[in-house]
Ligand binder design. Structure first.
Ligand SMILES: Nc1ncnc2c1ncn2[C@@H]1O[C@H](COP(=O)(O)OP(=O)(O)OP(=O)(O)O)[C@@H](O)[C@H]1O
Length: 306
């Protein structure tokens, strides 16, 4: 399903609020048919990026193309469904009437309401007042509203926020279904574990910048190598000299090297070449949550991206 047909293309996209670069030179491509995870901690710039995609706010600089045209293009907007700021539903109207009202405003046929309710699993409760819905049901009605236009591209900003585990699970299944239906989905979240279960590819944004992009496997590929090597001082110096080695630590007589798996052979070769005896090599897979944490945790000694 995933092809090279780009649905979203961002080039050096930047949004400044005064001195603060909320989004800072973001380059990103989302392909047709993918369920793409946009990950980042609170305040990282996810919502600002998504709002630019929808033409709700203007970038300070850079380019964005969505469905081949500039954000906010009315023809493209007809093919995009989004849940960004929770839609304003009327508590005293039923789920179905709320959607019918929205459909009328959006110029969408009322016949789209039934399938949207079905898609989110709310058909049975569509006759109940919105005010009586659980938070999970409210969120699902929000997604149903995003589906009213039968969109090619669905943009969901933190759709599981505030949901209990069952609600989160329902939402995850719903998003996977959207992907199966051939829609392109962009899902923003600050929960790595969640995105990892749903998305093929993810980008991690932190302080306005994309700090990592790739498949879940590629991100996981940031493993640690555990080496037993002597003399260890030569080993450490050799490893530190390698451009692709980020970090070398010593723990209980072992050297721990944070590095992409593809470099394992190169590392052992360099060590042997330096006259180091390597008597043990072990790879430790890191939890994706840890990878995310490493990428987005920083001591705030350095100046932020202002
Ligand atoms: N209208 C605005 N005026 C000034 N600053 C803003 C505005 N909108 C966003 N920001 C700032 O830009 C930064 C990025 O915010 P944004 O809402 O895009 O982050 P986010 O990743 O969506 O975070 P969250 O998960 O908390 O929603 C934050 O520092 C925020 O305070």
């Amino acid at each position: 399903m995933t092809g090279s047909d780009p649905v979203v293309e961002l080039r050096d996209l930047t949004k400044k609020y005064g001195q603060l670069a909320a989004v800072d030179g973001v380059n990103l491509t989302v392909h047709r048919g993918e369920v793409f995870g946009f990950l980042g901690p609170n305040g990282a710039g996810k919502t600002t990026t998504l709002r630019m995609l929808l033409g709700l706010i203007r970038p300070t600089s850079g380019d964005a193309a969505v469905l081949g045209v500039r954000p906010g293009d009315p023809d493209a907007l007809r093919r995009i469904g989004s849940l960004i700021e929770g839609p304003g539903f009327y508590p005293y109207l039923t789920g179905r009437t709320n959607l019918r009202t929205m459909a009328r405003y959006a110029g969408v046929p009322a016949s789209n309401v039934g399938p949207a309710l079905e898609a989110v699993g709310l058909a049975d409760r569509a006759g109940d007042k919105f005010g009586t819905y659980s938070l999970g049901m409210k969120q699902r009605l929000g997604v149903a509203a995003a589906l009213l236009k039968d969109p090619e591209l669905v943009i969901l900003d933190e759709p599981t926020n505030g949901l209990d585990p069952q609600g989160m699970r329902d939402m995850r299944e719903l998003i996977v279904d959207l992907g199966r239906q051939g829609r392109t989905v962009i899902l923003s979240s600050h929960l790595m574990g969640e995105v990892q279960q749903i998305c093929e590819r993810v980008a991690v944004i932190d302080r306005g910048r994309i700090v990592r992009e790739g498949t879940v496997e590629q991100l996981r590929g940031d493993t640690e190598l555990e080496l037993v090597a002597t003399p260890s001082d030569v080993a450490v110096a050799t490893l530190r000299a390698l451009s692709f080695v980020d970090d070398v630590r010593t723990e209980a007589g072992c050297l721990l090297v944070k590095v992409g798996t593809r470099h394992t052979a190169e590392i052992t070769r360099a060590l042997v070449h330096a006259g180091v005896a390597v008597t043990g090599v072990r790879r430790t897979e890191r939890e994706l949550e840890d990878v995310f944490f490493d990428l987005t945790t920083h001591e705030d000694k350095e100046l932020s991206h202002v």
